[in-house]
Design a protein around this ligand. Structure first.
Ligand SMILES: Nc1nc2c(ncn2[C@@H]2O[C@@H]3COP(=O)(O)O[C@H]4[C@@H](O)[C@H](n5cnc6c(=O)[nH]c(N)nc65)O[C@@H]4COP(=O)(O)O[C@H]3[C@H]2O)c(=O)[nH]1
Length: 899
């Protein structure tokens, strides 16, 4: 414009100039045009680059002028809204574009609403961002920037996928969060058993801070190779078979070194094509439950051990192992109270160092004896949290120090009635107090240990009782066989002898019967302990039962020593006087001796032979000992033979009665006879009642035999009377067994009835010991007999231990001084004293007294001098036949009975 106006003003002045000017102008124009074209080319290149750039950005972009006309938009904008690009030329209005979008279903709202919204946005001065959700379901993020000239520029970005992936991301994040909250292990593994997903619990227990650190690891990175191989093998099986693994119990050791039991479930993962592409796993820590199960099972197992009498050491050791399996870093120990009640002995401590347990074995209980000795002393738990500082450990610290034991919690083990049986202790190598679960286990353990120990003690007691005599505490017959077997083995090995003494107390029965069982028991205990005192610790004193004892003398060089030493010692110690209440007595023994191997090479034979020797000693007057000789066995055989013969003797009428006269010492008249039985055996000849009456008592035949004697004596007496002889009393011996028979009275009545003898001519002789067996019944029986008119006398008086007060209540006619006191009457002051005492007792009780076994004139003189009423004995007459009595009565004269 400036160039054109200058050319018109200079034309009239210079045509050449004008031409030149024209040339110049043309030249300038061409330059200008060239210049402009160049500039346009540059601009066009820039615009192309701009358009190319705009067209190639991932966002849609559009420029609008103030009149809402499109200045420019890129290809992406057209794509986003699905509008043909040619429609989006410069100048097209926003309203038209909204129309295209409505048609393409790419508008977020209808046309007017959209225009109103766009204008309101554009009325602001600042940029705005919003997501527009198009009707076709996509989401477009729009950034709107108003321009100063009233137009605007906006970018449009299709964020549909982004949102979707964010959603996925969010889901993923929340899933991780979720599984991280789960206290169980959760994981997903690929087909190579590598972790793809893991939760925090799994990661943390395997030493990883973040769950993501587990991704890519395998079990070989977490566990020992063996365990990892197992896991891999089972997972590969699962992946191959497609079979899930449900609740399998697995043991692992985590990164802290703690062992854990897991209950694991693993399930294969399948894709849409049903192909397995991995597995998902969940594992729950069941260590606590497993421990509780183990505890329960262990407890059941231990109780079973207790019930089945497993050795106590085994039970306690199992118990210690059980509690140690429940607690980390704890060693258990049980100490048992020694029999002496003041020391603790090693019971079980499988995890304590042996040198240490040896050192404390036998520790004395007391107020300052570590934890255990003090706990037993105080009978209450003693919790020492630091051995190194606790005053209770002052004297024992050095023992524990080398092994690092720092705390020791001891609890006394008590019996059901509160007696201390031992101490249970838990040792820890850290100085601390027991935790709650440890306290529970202490309770549990002391209870179980108490049951086990008590049971063992009871079993020991039962075993002791089974093998020992309860009264004396001596081994019994059951243990005797064991001891003899041991003794034989020893004797064989070392070429020694074993000697068996069979000991039977003389007249013990009389003590028992007259002084009562308590006195008898005291005597037996005393004798037992005396015998134990006579032998060495390796020998055995056994009570067979009753008053029979056996002593096994081990390790004998020869039996020659025995007679001089031990035998006399035993005899003397048994015979030492004994004070039983008010009674002072002396008991003797008959002893039979048999020696292994010469008298028997097995227990049974040896004992039988010692027994036979003892019988021999009895036969030889008691209070002596006899060495076994083979012929003694014939005595035993003879006894057996006699017993058999005795059974037939009544039927074969082999019994007769002899009668021994009884004489009044003052008048010299026979006033009674004692009926004495005789057995006339066809081949053995006459057998003494001393021999067969005890056999008859043993077998019970005495009842029938005694009945026969009663009938025969009454019949004979009545015969004598019927023959015109002066009436006398017939005395019949009644044995203990007969006296106990409930029908004794009726038998007596029958005998009197059958013989028609008046009751006053019958006297029954009973022994003192017989009455004392059961005083009340005896007195009742005697009263009944007395009411029949039958007299009663006490035979063998002085040998028993009747108390005077009891004697007073007996309905007696006579006392008979035993012939053992009469025998040495002249020389023995003791016997004289007894005889005088019995005579004066009779006088005091208003009873007649008869002395039996009177053989000499001296004895008669003594008895007369001491006012004894009557006598019986060889001095006057031996027992004679019934005919002999007739003769005697006819010649010697008889005086009538006083009754
Ligand atoms: N050394 C000596 N002995 C004399 C003298 N005077 C009599 N004897 C004996 O002493 C025994 C007296 O009888 P026992 O003490 O009742 O002792 C009797 C009695 O306990 C028992 N016995 C005898 N017959 C019977 C009977 O029918 N029934 C019962 N149950 N026992 C009887 O047998 C025992 C022994 O009777 P036997 O051998 O007949 O012995 C009789 C008699 O022969 C004497 O001066 N010196």
């Amino acid at each position: 414009m400036t160039t054109k106006s200058s050319k018109r003003a200079g034309e009239p002045a210079d045509r050449a100039g004008l031409a030149a000017l024209s040339k110049l102008a043309i030249a300038s124009y061409e330059d200008l045009e060239r210049e402009l074209k160049a500039k346009i080319a540059v601009l066009e290149a820039q615009a192309r680059r701009f358009e190319t750039a705009i067209d190639n950005i991932s966002q849609g972009i559009c420029f609008f002028d103030a009149g809402e006309r499109l200045i420019l938009c890129n290809r992406r904008y057209a794509e986003i809204y699905r509008i043909a690009p040619e429609k989006l030329h410069a100048g097209v209005t926003l309203g038209e574009i909204v129309g295209y979008r409505l048609a393409a279903n790419t508008s977020a709202m209808d046309g007017d609403a959209y225009l109103a919204f766009a204008r309101s946005v554009n009325s602001g001065t600042g940029p705005r961002n919003w997501p527009a959700e198009l009707k076709d379901g996509r989401t477009i993020q729009i950034s709107h920037q108003p321009m100063p000239d009233g137009g605007w520029v906006a970018t449009h970005e299709d964020i549909t996928e982004l949102i979707a992936s964010r959603l996925v991301m969010n889901q993923h994040v929340s899933l991780q969060t979720l599984i991280d909250w789960v206290p169980d292990y959760l994981w997903v593994k690929d087909t190579e058993s590598r972790f793809v997903v893991a939760n925090r619990a799994l990661a943390a227990d395997h030493g990883r801070q973040e769950a993501s650190e587990m991704v890519g690891l395998s079990d070989f990175d977490l566990h020992a190779p063996k365990l990892a191989r197992q896991f891999r093998a089972s997972e590969q099986d699962l992946l191959r078979s497609g079979q899930p693994m449900i609740d399998r119990e697995e043991f692992i050791v985590d990164a802290s070194g703690t062992g854990k039991w897991l209950s694991s479930t693993k399930v294969p993962l399948r894709n849409a094509q049903d192909e397995i592409f991995g597995l998902v796993g969940i594992a729950r820590d069941i260590t606590a439950r497993k421990q509780a199960d183990d505890l329960r099972n262990g407890q059941a197992q231990i109780l079973e051990m207790i019930v089945t009498n497993a050795p106590l050491e085994g039970v306690l050791e199992r118990l210690m192992r059980l509690i140690e399996s429940q607690l980390a870093g704890i060693s258990g120990s049980v100490l048992l109270l020694d029999k002496d009640g003041s020391h603790l002995r090693h019971g079980a401590a499988p995890s304590l160092v042996k040198d240490y347990t040896d050192a404390i074995d036998g520790v004395r209980i007391g107020p300052k004896v570590g934890s255990c000795g003090t706990a037993a002393y105080r009978r209450e738990p003693v919790i020492v949290t630091d051995i190194m500082n606790d005053p209770l450990w002052e004297d024992y610290r050095e023992l524990a120090a080398p092994y690092g034991y720092r705390s020791c919690w001891s609890t006394p083990i008590l019996s059901h009635n509160g007696a201390v049986l031992g101490v249970f202790a838990m040792y820890s190598t850290t100085a601390r107090e027991p935790a709650e679960n440890e306290n529970r286990l202490i309770d549990f353990t002391t209870r179980i240990a108490g049951i086990a120990i008590e049971r063992k003690l009871a079993e020991d007691r039962i075993h002791f009782m089974a093998n020992h005599d309860t009264l004396t505490g001596l081994p019994n017959r059951a243990l005797l066989s064991d001891r003899l077997a041991q003794a034989f083995v020893y004797a064989q090995r070392y070429d020694r002898w074993v000697t068996v003494l069979f000991i039977d107390l003389d007249n013990f029965k009389a003590v028992n019967d007259t002084l009562g069982h308590n006195a008898g028991d005291v005597l037996l205990k005393m004798v037992a302990s005396r015998m134990v005192g006579c032998v060495s610790a390796t020998d055995t004193v056994v009570r067979l039962g009753g008053d029979e004892f056996v002593i096994v003398l081990f390790d004998q060089v020869s039996d020659a020593d025995i007679g001089d030493t031990i035998l006399r010692k035993i005899q003397a110690s048994i015979a030492e006087p004994v004070q039983l209440g008010e009674h002072h007595l002396r008991i003797t023994a008959s002893i039979g001796i048999a020696t292994y191997p010469k008298d028997g090479s097995d227990a049974e034979t040896l004992l039988a032979n010692a027994d036979a020797a003892m019988y021999r000693a009895k036969e030889l007057g008691r209070d002596n000992f006899q060495f076994y000789a083979p012929e003694f066995n014939s005595t035993a055989q003879e006894k057996f033979f006699l017993q058999e013969e005795l059974r037939n003797a009544l039927a074969r009428a082999e019994f007769t009665l002899s009668y021994q006269p009884q004489v009044d010492l003052r008048s010299g008249h026979v006033f009674a006879v004692e009926a004495l039985i005789r057995w006339n055996h066809p081949s053995l000849g006459t057998i003494s009642p001393m021999k067969f009456i005890p056999l008859a008592e043993e077998t019970g035949l005495i009842v029938q035999i005694g009945d026969w004697v009663l009938h025969e004596a009454c019949r004979q007496n009545k015969d004598w009377q019927d023959a015109g002889l002066p009436p006398i009393v017939v005395c019949v011996n009644v044995s203990a067994r007969q006296f106990r028979e409930s029908n004794l009275i009726s038998r007596v009545v029958n005998a009197l009835k059958d013989s028609e003898l008046e009751a006053k001519y019958l006297e029954l002789e009973v022994t003192e010991s017989l009455i004392m067996q059961n005083i009340e019944t005896a007195v009742a029986t005697m009263n009944e007999l007395q009411s029949l008119g039958v007299q009663i006398s006490i035979d063998d008086f002085g040998t028993g231990y009747s108390s005077l007060s009891a004697l007073r209540t007996f309905p007696l006619a006579r006392l008979k001084i035993d012939k053992s006191f009469i025998k040495d009457l002249a020389a023995n002051e003791n016997d004289q004293a007894v005889a005088i005492a019995v005579i004066s007792l009779g006088q005091k009780l208003n009873l007649r007294v008869i002395a039996e076994g009177v053989e000499t004139e001296d004895q008669v003189a003594f008895l007369r001098k001491n006012n004894c009423d009557e006598m019986q004995g060889y001095h006057f007459s031996k027992p004679v036949s019934a005919a002999g009595i007739v003769q005697l009565l006819n010649t010697g004269g008889a005086r009538p009975s006083q009754k």
